[in-house]
Write a protein that binds this ligand. Structure first.
Ligand code: ZN
Ligand code: ZN
Length: 318
């Protein structure tokens, strides 16, 4: 059993024992996913000193510090802002509710998770990262929303299990894309009960497929998505012995989804080649036809650069 299969099996076992949805169990057991690799080091936002602290320290401030008055800069007749305290860790006033909301979003990571302050706009918002997840803490409201995992990106992620925006998802390593496709697919199948139509047709699957076309890993991502969202071929074969109609329905649902994703992949391949106009390495025009084994922005296997040396090794402790 490979380490990855072991992790998936462990997630399935946890899910069976606790009744948790796959998405929760997977997040609890997963290490960070290999993110976009571009060799750049991302330091703190300009004008800021990076501050690192544990969630429990911020919760400690939230539980013990008194509310403070701040000038929100608007007419008080329009109503006050949320109740805030002055956080020494953030170096700014922050609503109690915003910190509690962040704690909720990081419930699975635990109180000890390390937060890094990436950017701060006093009385506006603060961006903090927790591993490869990033959050925008809103200071004028009791609210938090998740951001793409790429430092300084202000887009929202595709999904809880696909923590990157469309642009940065396309920069993830092939192995990371395959792993995300599998995790997202299991969660999709888990969340749809027995409704086969709900397992296909999702925009998130198209996002993963588009990124796979950019990385030349379309076949692997497609196979993982279909296996995880529906059933693998051997499971369907087994089912066919005692429920032939259901087995047929699953096969039909898989073929429908395969066709949809094939069309999305071909459209993305053509879009990239039309937009770039020529091979990113040799400058030659693209040949007629589609070769999904080669990332769409290169003309042939010979032009595909080797994977960057800065690629993060698989961090999972299995
Ligand atoms: Zn992004
Ligand atoms: Zn070329």
């Amino acid at each position: 059993m490979t380490r990855d299969k072991k992790r998936k099996a462990a997630v399935r076992a946890t899910q069976a024992a606790t009744g948790e949805r796959y998405v929760r169990a997977a997040r609890a057991s997963a290490g960070p996913v290999n993110g976009p690799v571009d060799g750049k080091t991302d330091g703190p936002e300009r004008g800021r000193v990076e501050s690192v602290f544990a969630l429990r320290e911020l919760l400690g401030e939230c539980a013990t510090l008194p509310p403070v008055e701040v000038d929100w800069g608007w007419d008080p007749d329009f109503g006050g802002g949320p109740d805030v305290f002055y956080s020494q860790l953030l170096g700014a006033a922050i609503p109690f509710g915003t910190v509690l909301e962040l704690a909720g979003q990081l419930a699975r990571e635990g109180r000890g998770v390390e937060l890094c302050l990436e950017a701060l706009s006093p009385l506006g918002s603060a961006v903090v990262s927790a591993g490869q997840r990033r959050f925008n803490l809103i200071i004028s409201q009791d609210s938090v929303y998740e951001l793409c995992g790429k430092p300084r990106c202000s887009s929202t992620p595709e999904d809880e299990l696909i923590p990157w925006c469309r642009e940065h998802l396309a920069e993830c390593t092939p192995d990371a894309l395959v792993a995300m496709a599998e995790d997202w697919g299991y969660a999709q199948s888990d969340g749809s009960d027995d409704d086969l139509t709900a397992r296909g047709g999702a925009e998130e699957a198209v996002a993963l497929i588009r990124a796979a076309v950019t990385q030349g890993v379309y076949e692997r991502v497609l196979a993982k998505l279909l296996d995880a969202c529906f059933d693998s071929e051997d499971v369907i074969d087994e089912r066919a012995f005692w429920d032939a109609e259901r087995a047929l329905a699953i096969r039909q649902a898989i073929e429908r989804e395969r066709l949809r994703l094939e069309q999305a992949a071909a459209a993305e391949y053509r879009r990239i080649q039309k937009e770039t106009g020529a091979c990113a390495v040799c400058g030659k025009g693209f040949r007629f036809g589609i070769d999904m084994a080669v990332p769409a922005q290169y003309c042939s296997p010979g032009c595909v650069p080797p994977p960057p040396a800065t690629a993060v090794p698989d961090p999972e402790p299995w």
